[in-house]
Design a protein around this ligand. Sequence first.
Ligand SMILES: [Fe+2]
Length: 215
Amino acid sequence: MYKTLDIENFLSDDLIQKTETRVYEASKDKTDLIDEWGVWKGKHVTTQHWVPKNQLNYVFSEIIDKLHDVLEQPFVIDQAQILQSHLAYDIHSDYFVQVDRVADELIRKPYYTLIIPLADFNSHTVVFNESAEYNAFYKYKENNPQLLDHISDEDWSKYCSHCWSDDQKYLTLDQVCRWQKGKLIGFDRHKFHCSDNFTEKIERKEAFVLWLGGK
Ligand SMILES: [Fe+2]
């Protein structure tokens, strides 16, 4: 598993602004995720502004340069977007990138999911140690035993109050990463993760999200 990244001041305000403009200029596909089966059943969870694959290297050129200083392995961007999150994602992995609920064909080995918040938000991404070669956590629960040393009640109620309560028994905490402007948050795409339940504190949060594949 690749180590979780939580690097402050990765991207300057200027480069956030410049990249944000480029994303909106390039983006043609906007998708709205309405929760079908999960904890927010029937509600609008996120809006996602996708950058066409043939423009990824142009739109994120400065970010790619900076990532070469941080990441150990060669990579390509499989997909990227501006995420506007209205409700908190519950537990999943990003093994497959899902565009409007359809899994992208896996051409390369999944590497990192990267999150760069566009402003300071009173919210966190919660990364767990458990991992899989599929996205759905219900599948993981079917195939793995409950743990005695699972994430504590305190952390669970602090960060995961929106998740199915049964999930707690299968998970241990890797890292909790606060959403600060220009920070680089990164985790292995195999790892299960979720948002904290920010909806009690803020209306929405926004970030660049990039999914990397290995070369
Ligand atoms: Fe994710």
